[in-house]
Design a binder for this molecule. Structure first.
Ligand SMILES: Nc1nc2c(ncn2[C@@H]2O[C@H](COP(=O)(O)OP(=O)(O)OP(=O)(O)O)[C@@H](O)[C@H]2O)c(=O)[nH]1
Length: 217
């Protein structure tokens, strides 16, 4: 399920993944909720992803809340050119805490990375927020309250949800985000004693390093 403020690029992100195209032109806000399916191959197995695109506008919140409970993974987007969308991530975490399953997979995405001249959120700020979000989420899963975790959080606790900067326009990291989620969900579904454990955050970090180290080849 895709979440985040209106205009951060959720619909474009999904269309880029599904059809490899960018929806340019006038911005048409999503009304309520929409979904698309896509089959991906993960370690030789076909995995069908059903991806729900939610409306970011406040007035549709009561419609979208109803879908949180069934979501296995949440992609939480902000727009690197829009500070409010970044600041609102904590409010989105509160919503997730209230309505989603405790063991839901969460990924943080800083979208519109192609708009470098209008950037207001540094990549490091996204990384830090992902670390804090992961830490808070771990405490909540452990039975704590999100409000208390937010109040008592001290920096330096390195748990972290996976984080990527993305572009629905150029396609940067769009497939990686969904593939990482698909791998995690497949791992969870088929977990067996002889299977090596899969850590989505480590996987995303290793893929990021691979693409930056080899981009000159
Ligand atoms: N340059 C650039 N523009 C983008 C990107 N993603 C989305 N946009 C633009 O941002 C605007 C909003 O995109 P949407 O995908 O409709 O936003 P949304 O988050 O689905 O909005 P709601 O449906 O209201 O929740 C559109 O004008 C898009 O063309 C991106 O990665 N780069």
């Amino acid at each position: 399920m895709l979440l985040g403020d209106s205009g951060v690029g959720k619909t474009c992100f999904l269309i880029q993944f599904k059809d490899g195209a960018f929806l340019s032109g006038a911005f048409i806000a999503t009304v309520g909720i929409d979904f698309r399916n896509k089959v991906v191959t993960v370690d030789g197995m076909r995995v069908k992803l059903q991806i729900w695109d939610t409306a970011g506008q406040e007035r549709f919140r009561s419609v979208t809340h109803a879908y949180y409970r069934d979501a296995q993974a949440l992609l939480l987007l902000y727009d690197i050119t829009n500070k409010a969308s970044f600041d609102n991530i904590r409010a989105w975490l509160t919503e997730i805490h209230e309505y989603a399953q405790r063991d839901v997979v969460i990924m943080l995405l800083g979208n519109k990375a192609d708009m470098s001249s209008e950037r207001v959120i540094r990549s490091e700020d996204g990384e830090t927020l992902a670390r804090v979000s992961g830490c808070l989420w771990d405490r909540v899963k452990g039975g704590g309250s999100l409000r208390l975790a937010l109040r008592t959080h001290s920096p330096g606790q390195e748990y972290g949800v996976p984080f990527l900067e993305t572009s629905a326009k150029t396609g940067m990291n769009v497939e990686l985000a969904f593939l990482a989620i698909a791998k995690e969900l497949k791992y969870r579904a088929g977990q067996s004693a002889d299977e090596p454990s899969f850590q989505i955050r480590d996987y995303v970090e290793s893929q990021k390093k691979r693409s930056s180290c080899c981009s000159f080849v």
